[in-house]
Design a protein around this ligand. Structure first.
Ligand code: E4P
Length: 214
């Protein structure tokens, strides 16, 4: 499973990149806004740190606007993936951009049939938001199971990119289900490294090392 980092914070991206575990980056307007920096500056900084797919989201709501923004974003760098919302106009934009060879990440997916439409429209990635479904007492991971099954049934090539990941269990279940990608905040990446037996074992090794004659 590929691991993307879900942030626009360049320090977090640098830290995860140094760990050697990330394959790409996803941003959204809220994450960019948190940085307090201009959008283009944020994207340029990320491009210098990560050589992999970097999702940058359009903010237009209409087809023509999304298409124009998407084309402009794609011109920045070959690694840019244009993030487009899952609406009627967003599906039209996914089809048009994909037909021009521009990869699309279709975002804000909350149902399996939305995901099927994105695959049919040629999106490179579908982003189902598991955490936000859990937040309203719906099973986010069940959505991932259903999408993976539907894509397998019909050999759709759109990659399932698990988004709105809130905890290590979301990651474990994504990997067991066979999702292609998960995009994860740095906090969760760090949580994955922790195990009490690792800490305990390390303490014991260091204590024993002190007894080795110097
Ligand atoms: C996906 O690409 C989104 O940026 C993100 O995963 C949304 O997560 P949130 O629900 O924690 O805001």
């Amino acid at each position: 499973m590929k691991l993307f980092i879900d942030t626009a914070d360049i320090n977090e991206i640098r830290e995860a990149a140094e760990m050697g575990v990330i394959d790409g980056v996803t941003t959204n307007p809220s994450l960019v806004s948190k940085t307090g920096k201009p959008f283009r500056q944020v994207i340029d900084e990320i491009l210098k740190v990560v050589d992999g797919p970097i999702s940058a989201e359009v903010v237009a709501l209409d087809f023509a606007g999304m298409l124009a923004e998407g084309k402009d974003l794609a011109k920045i760098h070959k690694n840019i993936v244009v993030k487009v919302p899952l609406t009627v106009d967003g599906l039209k934009a996914a089809r048009a951009l994909s037909d021009e060879g521009i990869p699309v990440n279709q975002t804000l997916c909350f149902s399996p049939m939305q995901a099927m439409l994105s695959a049919k429209a040629g999106a490179a990635y579908i982003s189902p938001f598991v955490g936000r479904l859990d937040d309203i007492s719906q099973d986010g991971m069940e959505l991932i199971r259903q999408i993976v099954q539907i894509y397998e049934n019909y050999d759709f090539t759109t990659e399932v990119l698990v988004a709105s990941v809130r905890n290590p269990i979301h990651l474990l279940e994504s990997a067991l289900i066979g999702a292609d990608v998960a995009t994860v905040p740095l906090k969760v990446i760090k949580q994955l490294t922790h195990h009490p037996l690792t800490d305990k074992g390390l303490d014991a090794f260091l204590a024993d090392w002190e007894k080795v004659p110097k």
